[in-house]
Write a protein that binds this ligand. Structure first.
Ligand code: HPA
Length: 288
């Protein structure tokens, strides 16, 4: 893979062949069929601690995948059991701001589906656009604004994965959001709900942009997640997600933003979110 170029366009029609080789590479290591697929954002690696019988595959070992490069992202696919429920977790993800093509950004989520997961949980670190969303706020994602200017579904479609025109009315499943609320309540962890705005990054926003996002209906802002959610819906998977608000949006606090502060908030609120998601997965498993 010396000539590997993560920015090379991957149209939808190329995904089935790529997913077949990704699936084969995973199946060479484990036959575990996950029910739930979870993407762990910056500083949210803690959930991994509960995994039993895990198989860990570094991203760089999977065909067509670069090793994840964002600080705070380990870059591994893990398969195992969480309180008896078979799950797959992505510890890290591919971001647009790293120069990755949208078609590559969505492959981890498509692979989770291909391996058997019908439920996808997306997590991320985000800035608070609602001025009452301070560091440590956990926000159930109720909807998103894709402001990246990119779509993973550009070009000839792969009809065997999903339709040409994907309905996005109910990307963030009302059924799963209700389950998440119940898990927050059961763990006595506070939460908010709101709209996640995805921007390209890698800069944080200007204060004017944060004010603009507020008028547009955003409650939190980040640099991931929206394309993954779109792809999951395209592939017919059920999606939910939680943002860990690591900082107030630019301009609210009078302080500059830093990636260190993002990782720090993950250390504090991450374990709380891990407890909630563990409960959520266990309850989904109990439903079978
Ligand atoms: N903006 C965008 N992405 C982020 C932020 C932010 O303020 N905090 C964590 N990820």
């Amino acid at each position: 893979m010396a000539d590997f170029d993560p920015s090379r366009p991957i149209p939808p029609i190329d995904q089935p062949a790529r997913l077949a080789s990704l699936e084969a590479a995973v199946r060479a290591r484990t036959d575990l069929v996950p029910e739930v697929g979870i993407v762990l954002g910056s500083g949210l690696g803690g959930l991994v601690d509960g995994l039993v019988d895990e198989v860990a595959i570094p991203f760089g070992d999977l065909p067509g995948w670069p090793a994840a490069t964002a600080p705070g992202h380990v870059g591994r696919l893990l398969l195992g059991r969480l309180d008896g429920v078979p799950v797959a977790m992505l510890q890290g993800r591919f971001h647009l701001y790293e120069g990755n093509d949208p078609g590559l950004v969505i492959q981890p989520v498509l692979l989770l589906g291909r391996l058997g997961a019908r439920t996808i949980v997306l997590t991320n670190a985000a800035g608070g656009v609602d001025p009452t969303f301070g560091p440590g706020t956990l926000m159930i994602i109720s909807d998103h604004l894709n402001l990246t200017g990119r779509t993973p579904l550009l070009g000839p479609n792969a009809d065997d994965i999903g339709p040409r025109f994907t309905d996005l009315t109910d990307v963030w499943s009302a059924r799963l959001r209700e389950r998440l609320r119940a898990a927050f309540a059961a763990e006595s962890v506070d939460h908010r709900e709101g709209v996640y705005a995805a921007l390209l990054g890698p800069t944080y926003e200007t204060p004017a942009e944060v004010r603009m996002l507020r008028t547009m209906g955003a409650d939190a802002v980040g640099m991931s997640t929206a394309l993954e959610a779109i792809a999951a819906r395209w592939a017919g998977l059920e999606v939910c997600g939680v943002s860990l608000v690591s900082n107030l949006g630019a301009g609210y606090s009078g302080q500059p933003l830093s990636h260190e502060e993002v990782l720090e908030a993950g250390l504090v609120a991450g374990p709380r979110l891990a407890r909630v998601l563990r409960r959520f997965v266990a309850e989904l498993g109990a439903e079978r």
